[in-house]
Design a binder for this molecule. Sequence first.
Ligand SMILES: *Cc1c(COP(=O)(O)O)cnc(C)c1O
Length: 364
Amino acid sequence: MKFNKNLEDIKIYEAGKPIELVVREFGIKPQDIIKLASNENPLGCSSKVQDGVAKIISKMSMYPDDSMIKLKDALCSRFDIEHKNLIIGAGSDQIIEFLIHAKSNSNSKILINSITFAMYEIYAKHVGAQIIRTSSQEHNLDEFYELYKQEKPSIIFLCTPNNPTGDAIDTASLMKFISKIDDDTLVVVDGAYMEYAIAKDKSRSLEPKDLIKKFNNVIYLGTFSKAFGLGGMRVGYGIANETIIKELTKLRPPFNITTLSLEAASIAIEDDEFVKKSIKLNFDEMKRYESFAKEQKVDIINSYTNFVTLCFNNTQNSTQISNNLLKKGMIVRDLSGYGMNAIRVTVGLSEQNDKFFELISEYL
Ligand SMILES: *Cc1c(COP(=O)(O)O)cnc(C)c1O
């Protein structure tokens, strides 16, 4: 059977290895497995969310409220924006898909950082668009600008803080960069980890409102999967000017967010205390990773997220190390697929991190 030619060179995205598969492959009990591979919130989600979702569980039989009015109201008051500036996706992933379909086809180019979130490339391939990458590991906006002038991309992705490296772009430079981009090029600012950057460093923090007030060609993406602890509910959002939102909405399937997910996200966005607690735990524990890396003479990238990236020297091999850890029930992310001899580790609970330090010490 013949399929769409665009699919030929797509590598199937490997999400962090599911606990269920480790149970099956290595015969380890689920309670003995620690997953630090998908940047999930180690505290789970807020108990208010759990109680709220339990209360409406019987609504499962009905289609969701497709106006999403409760969640939209909550996001609008949180970000001081209007409904017309907002689109909700099944994860911000889905919004990435919408915007690539809205702006690109097989004649288009899409400019991304050399090492960045894998889904940009996968969705670009769906439409046959060509991916252009910078060469520096961290976002180098001068290089982005040179490539923008040369290649005339339809979309530029800026992932800040960046996944899988954890570094973040300085806000003043980012604003200056966007001001030099023409109105027909869509600039995507993916802020999946922005809650962490805001807590760590104001000079690398962004408010979506400041972006859309100034620029008509920018969309900001946020997600409930990381700081809010709702990875399993699949809710993300895009904030942009009305014209962009209108086009993206044409691509949105009806009922793309389930009733339970809408409720969970609406409650989560109001529970500041839970997010604060998650962020404090994250950066307290991250200090321990930094000391551990120093002791072990492993490079660690300064992170504005809920994960750390450990870069090995050439006597160490990230694939071997992560496979060895996996056999012991510790799931981390090998970054060899990104061309890095490194692993990405989600900062976990104190005892999970202890276990990680203990296990990896054997292989360093
Ligand atoms: C996790 C993540 C997302 C989106 O996650 P969803 O679960 O689809 O909302 C988007 N961008 C980056 C960089 C991420 O790490």
